[in-house]
Design a protein around this ligand. Structure first.
Ligand code: GLU
Length: 449
């Protein structure tokens, strides 16, 4: 049994129910086997056994009072996974599905993603099973304050710097920051994704989506192809999806789809971004409203989806940008995309493809950018926000956007060069995993036990 297989087997025994975490670890370890054959130092220092266990897992109770005066109880978490190359860094997710499994998978991905950005950030993730859907603004504020009342003692600008993720955006970051400042009596860069007039960075809102399109552009450039004039599929309708659509349109591509928890829209004439933004960013409504307002759009409710596939991925396209959530592309979906001629998949969400789906893309040798590389633009600009906060000097939109573009180029180059080193030039999963791992593992070795 190989070194990585031994570690994975033990991990599955220790945490039998954490299936998403197993999946994330398995995907990385599959790639690392080749590196371990070349270099025995990792095994000598028990790097794998160490890297799969978070340095610290914080679980806490969050109690708050809803609008009816009833006491509500939720679970809060922060997984401080790895601090070998910088303070823990990663978002907070508010969604009813959140548990230790989800956050350990996300925290594990974050270690390698942050390493790929070239910036000094360790890996962490947190959140709560709190469901923000249908909550009033007052309830959101009270929940965020209650959550931060516990979290504040564990974070700090040089310790752990949370940000947003699903269910946590600018509004929530504002409430967290207000409460942190009151408790810690400190105004510093303890959170990223802040508003511009109190320490936020330009381009942070757009960063994940823009970065994901820049990454696709890099993959395509190597094959003398471009996005111009091409039909693209985007899933999701949150921050990542919206700014992916915006950048695709700026590049002359035609994004034709979006989805939310209730269904999907297919607008053959191209998504009307101003209407989508109005519905999702201002009204916080459902995509059905888009179909009511835009005649060219076709709405499909999730109730009418087939059992074992997502109809969004059956629409013919040149490139796909999964920007909703984990495992949203299964093997059937991957096969449908390939059958319809899809040439490029750039992942805006974290682990949106199942292991089987990813294998389909890798074997077909299409341009396939795994999430930890393709969606690293968000956390990269968070790192740039930290740099601006530390220097007390904000940068212009052009400066930040240029740095984001350079970071995405450099992530592509390091993943691609590493893949070439192992004789699999198109396998960016392999390249990204090994390149991200090497930096963290060597820092761990340097720092001793
Ligand atoms: N939640 C984002 C991610 O998955 C951003 C994290 C951050 O900015 O710290 O990378």
């Amino acid at each position: 049994m190989s070194y990585s297989h031994q570690v994975l087997t033990k991990l599955k025994e220790q945490y039998p129910v954490q299936k998403l975490f197993h999946q994330a670890v398995e995907e990385v370890l599959e790639s690392l086997d080749l590196e371990f054959k070349k270099d025995s130092k990792y095994q000598k220092h028990s790097i794998l056994e160490r890297i799969v266990i978070p340095e610290r897992e914080i679980h806490f109770r969050v109690t708050w009072i809803d609008d009816k005066g009833k006491v509500q109880v939720n679970r809060g978490y922060r997984i401080q996974f790895n601090s070998a190359i910088g303070p823990y860094k990663g978002g907070l997710r508010f969604h009813p599905s959140v548990n230790a499994d989800v956050l350990k998978f996300l925290g594990f991905e974050q270690i390698f993603k942050n390493s790929l950005t070239t910036l000094a950030m360790g890996g962490g993730k947190g959140g709560s099973d709190f469901d923000p859907k249908g909550k009033s603004d007052g309830e959101i504020m009270r929940f965020c304050q209650a959550f931060m009342t516990e979290l504040f003692r564990h974070i700090g600008a040089n310790t752990d710097v949370p940000a947003g993720d699903i269910g946590v955006g600018g509004r929530e970051i504002g409430y967290f920051f207000g409460q942190y400042k009151k408790l810690a009596n400190q105004f510093d860069g303890v959170l990223t994704g802040k508003a511009l007039h109190w320490g936020g960075s330009l381009v942070r809102t757009e960063a994940t989506g823009y970065g994901c399109v820049y990454f696709a552009q890099e993959m395509l450039k190597e094959r003398n192809q471009s996005l111009e004039g091409k039909t693209c599929l985007v899933s999701g309708s949150g921050n990542v999806a919206i700014y992916t659509i915006e950048k695709l349109q700026q590049f002359g591509a035609k994004p034709v789809s979006a989805s939310d928890s209730k269904g999907m829209i297919y607008d053959e004439s191209g998504i009307k971004l101003d209407i989508l933004k109005e519905i999702k960013e201002i009204r916080r409504g459902s995509l059905e409203e888009y179909a009511n307002e835009v005649k060219s759009a076709k709405y499909t409710s999730i109730k009418d989806y087939p059992k074992d596939s997502n109809p969004l991925w059956a629409i013919p396209c040149f490139a796909a940008f999964p920007s909703a959530t984990e495992n949203e592309i299964n093997e059937n979906d991957a096969k449908a995309l390939l059958k319809n001629g899809c040439q490029c998949v750039s992942e805006g969400a974290n682990m949106p493809s199942t292991i089987e789906a990813a294998h389909q893309f890798i074997n077909a040798k299409i341009c396939y950018g795994p999430g930890k590389a393709a969606n690293a633009g968000g956390v990269a600009v968070s790192g740039l926000e930290m740099a601006q906060n530390a220097s007390m000097h904000p940068w212009s939109f052009e400066v930040v956007d240029k740095k984001l573009h350079q970071i995405m180029e450099s992530i592509f180059n390091s993943a691609s060069q590493t893949a070439k080193e192992f004789g699999e030039p198109t396998n960016l999963v392999l390249g990204a995993n090994i390149a991200g791992f090497r930096k963290v593992a060597s820092a761990m070795i340097d720092q001793g036990i």
